[in-house]
Design a protein around this ligand. Sequence first.
Ligand SMILES: Nc1ncnc2c1ncn2[C@@H]1O[C@H](COP(=O)(O)OP(=O)(O)O)[C@@H](O)[C@H]1O
Ligand SMILES: [Mg+2]
Length: 397
Amino acid sequence: MQCILMNKNIEVLTIEYDTATSVFTRIYEVKNINYAPYILNSFYIEDDINDTPFRTNLSEWFKGRGIPSWRDKLDLLLHRLNITAPYELLDKAFGLSLSDQYWLKPVGSNISYDDINFFDNDFDYAEFMEASLSTNSKIITKESSLKTPNNTTDGMLKKAWIIEDGTRYLLKGGYKNEVLQPFNEVLASEICKRLGFDHVEYTIDIYKDMVVSKCPCFITKDTEFITCYQIRNDMKRYNNVEDYEEYIKKLEENNIKNAREKVENMYILDYLIMNEDRHLNNFGVIRDVNTLKWIDVAPIFDNGQSLNIEYYDEDEVHISGSGRLFYEEKPFDEIIKVVKNLKRIDISKLDGVVEWFDDLLHKYQYLTKMSDNRINRLCILLNRQIDKLRELILKNS
Ligand SMILES: Nc1ncnc2c1ncn2[C@@H]1O[C@H](COP(=O)(O)OP(=O)(O)O)[C@@H](O)[C@H]1O
Ligand SMILES: [Mg+2]
């Protein structure tokens, strides 16, 4: 299929797309290369573009928009959607997403972005939501159920975009039978709110007796989310703390205000809740798709893989996990050292947050069946991290 890669209303490339393999087999014309997905910047060479890594990386990028092979219970989802691989979904809704504005426009068609984008146009999410989140679901029956932004979501957790009162929300379940993740998301929001960190607001929602987290879309029709993974592609790599410094430099070069402070905030949160999942697709920046200006660091999101207790006994809580700092896995006590200014944190704002979390976990115990003992240990752990941060702040002042 000959088509045009679009970024909202701007034509980026004219290309041949092979629907059977979801590969771009030929690039016919480069129209506005600046509007191409950010990750492709470093692959672009003006000479014969077809013989460079640009074309293969374009295919990789597009395939990467699909549901990943490591999605929890992917086999069940594919069965329920009646397809054999996630990439089959990619061209069902022009490859549109709710995290950016790229899409494929068939050559010769007069489809307009306004008519098809999922920010303005409602989509039929009920069947996909059931196929994705329910333990028991039938095979979908409506073709319209495959024309949704759910075709282009990343991440390991079962999830679904839904619409409520015109707002687009992402629902996320727990990994396998774990029930803690949605609560960690809500805890992270509460901590961020109290400390004044820019964040995505997660709440608890119940879907068929299952606790899920729910957050609004942080992208608009005029913006796109660019992950740190994409940005680091044209950065020098050190495999040590210099990667972090380079990233901040890059944000500052692109005129993001208080970049260091905002990135520090994310690592402070990760320290408090011991988040093990801060890989490079779980943070990044928001860019204006019209002007290509970097607007801001993306609000903090995806904090579910936290407070992981290996096991606990009478008098100890055992932790084995570690945090992530770019290409390294490190103890949380090491990562927090990248934060230059801890004095600005008013830790008293977290007074009562442990009790608040305790209440929250108890409130949904009738659904989660989480034991009193486990709730108690989770609260001990959270309390311990808050105390440790308080001590670090004192030492720093
Ligand atoms: N609120 C949101 N608005 C827009 N895009 C989002 C939002 N939340 C997540 N995303 C996008 O979806 C991807 C997967 O979501 P994430 O919360 O990271 O799920 P997982 O826990 O499975 O990794 C993110 O990497 C991001 O690109
Ligand atoms: Mg994620």
